[in-house]
Design a protein around this ligand. Structure first.
Ligand SMILES: C[S@@+](CC[C@H](N)C(=O)[O-])C[C@H]1O[C@@H](n2cnc3c(N)ncnc32)[C@H](O)[C@@H]1O
Length: 279
């Protein structure tokens, strides 16, 4: 991330969630604020744009990863978790859709991105709810522990974390120190994140797609830098304290969320996978 500059990829993925609300039926991920939060110009452009195959798969992944994580959040709340931390929140709107009155929400993000989001919220009239606390943290130079404790997070209580569209932009050290922090929280805590698969494990067309994506996001000042092989990631998560893991990719996610649709919305590539880890 460029110091002092908000994330551009945050707007990009939020536009895909908005496009999902408009173009796909049935919805995999329902977000009545998705269109508002991207701002009126982007909303108008989204409404005018018909999207092709590659872009529909990317859009599907954006919708599916949010749905997967919020399904896991619901399971965590059912287990008694009352703290939810959205890591690298970007233009995430969960706090405005929160139906659990006693669930505290913390949005952690790169300081410049968070500042930009607050301006956007004011511009589009989305007042932050009382249950939401903002915690500015740069994962590369600050600890999550410091950022969250300043925001009133309780480390003696379990918490659920989502971390979508972020790990691939981090160094391995920043990734591991964040996971280690979560891994030291009380039982019942958990995290869901997506990750990029090591290039050598991809097929020919997936390599091309990865190279295209890498070029695009590097041009936005957010180069991809962290990739995993599945067994290596599982071993890291277990070493850092997580007992129960689920690692899902295109085929499982298509079967779980995108089966039997008339509109053909489907995940096509295998670059991104989702990991759900519980303590
Ligand atoms: C692709 S966006 C994803 C945003 C959001 N999670 C979503 O799915 O809409 C990447 C997010 O990671 C955040 N990010 C990237 N590097 C970071 C860092 N070093 N510290 C904190 N946040 C970071 C960006 O500010 C941005 O909000």
């Amino acid at each position: 991330m460029n110091e002092g500059r908000p994330s551009r990829t945050a707007q990009r993925v939020a536009v895909r969630r908005a496009a999902h609300q408009l173009l796909d039926r049935p919805l995999v991920f329902e977000d009545p604020f998705a269109m508002t939060i991207i701002g009126p110009d982007a909303a108008a452009a989204t409404a005018a744009k018909a999207e092709g195959r590659v872009s529909s798969s990317f859009r599907a992944f954006m919708a599916v990863r949010s749905r997967y994580s919020e399904d896991e959040l619901a399971a965590a709340v059912a287990r008694g978790v009352r703290q939810y931390v959205v890591l690298g929140a970007g233009l995430d709107t969960f706090a405005w859709r929160n139906r659990h009155p006693d669930l505290k929400v913390f949005e952690v993000d790169f300081p410049a991105t968070q500042h930009w989001k607050k301006q956007r919220l004011a511009n589009v009239g989305m007042e932050p709810p009382a249950s939401l606390t903002f915690a500015p943290v740069d994962f590369e130079s600050q600890t999550l522990a410091d950022g969250l404790s300043a925001a009133g997070f309780q480390t003696d209580q379990p918490a659920y974390f989502s971390w979508l569209g972020v790990t691939m932009y981090l160094t391995r050290e920043a990734f591991e120190s964040t996971v280690a922090f979560i891994g030291a929280l009380p039982r019942g805590s958990g995290v869901t994140f997506d990750y990029a698969v090591e290039r050598s494990e991809l097929g020919f067309f997936e390599k091309l797609a990865l190279d295209h994506l890498a070029k695009k996001v590097a041009g936005m000042g957010e180069p991809l830098q962290l990739f995993f092989r599945r067994p290596e990631l599982a071993a890291t998560m277990r070493r850092l304290g997580f007992a129960e893991l689920e690692d899902v990719g295109r085929d499982e996610l298509n079967a779980r969320y995108l089966g039997r649709r008339a509109d053909g919305l489907t995940l096509r590539g295998g670059i991104g996978r989702l990991m759900r880890a519980r303590l």
